[in-house]
Design a binder for this molecule. Sequence first.
Ligand code: LMR
Length: 331
Amino acid sequence: LVGMMIFLSGCDIKKYPMDHEQLSAEERIVIRFSHIVGENTPKGLAARKFASLVKERTNGFVEVQVFPNGYLYRDGEELEALVQGDIQMVAPAMSKLSTIVPEWEVIDLPFAFQNSKEVREYLEGEKGKSLLHLLEKSGYHPLGVWDNGFKQMTNSIRPLVNPDDFIGLKFRIMPSSVIQNQFQQLGATTHSNSFNEVYKLLEKKQMNAQENTFSNIVSKHLYSLQDYLTVSNHGYLGYVVLMNQDFWNQLPEDIQSIIQETMDEVTKWEIERAEQLNDEGLREVETCNCIDIHYLTEEEKQRWEDALRPVYKNFADRFGADYIKSLPKNK
Ligand code: LMR
């Protein structure tokens, strides 16, 4: 077999014969894909599907090993591990990208988007493209954008109907100053903790509130520890699937094409799963008889939006008004 030599970051020199089936285990390209959520979530299922399709389409030459639940790298560690080349793929929530490129917090602005299609369109527009470009400049190669859906509020103190109801609550949040500011405006305090600790924090009553999507609330049984849930759909939670850029650049072109085409296909599938799992999650909490559910009305939503207006001003003061002007609701 005639092979060409390629160098892979974190790996030894590999031979890359044209016939992948002839390769021994040591000669494969191994992509370690680490994520922090459960397997029965949009991200968890899509990561597994991506791995199996890539394996099939490269005749086993590329092996994507998926590590869920933060088993390999915990929340807050995975972006650094990717840049170090210890892992090759991650799919962090956009709010967490703000630890590298703070402008990503525009996606966290409350009630900025009505559905995930609007988020996709924003990311395809000029400001969105610049957000992705800023990631590339920091050593990350974006492969796709995956959905989770919209966040809901849960807590163990009182129903959240009006802005004043948030006063004094202690929210676990993702690391994003827009999210922090959102709760500050409502009179609640926040702590940014690892996703993998949320259950314990609520159980030990170190926090009494949190916001997340139905699939995360249900797959981690967070609703079993909370008494009140408000279906607010106030903020979007999606992911950017990232590869280590040096690793990506050193992949043979035909492998890059297979990976990208597979990612595009899995992304379409993932978007449908996100919708399905969040619908199922809502039904599960509706039928558990274990949590009081409030559906935010249009008038109440307007009151929340009014109370949260300063969050937009703070963001504009930090990053300029252009990111906000390009939001679908301002067009
Ligand atoms: C969270 O920390 O709440 C989310 O980022 C978890 C996830 O990745 O969906």
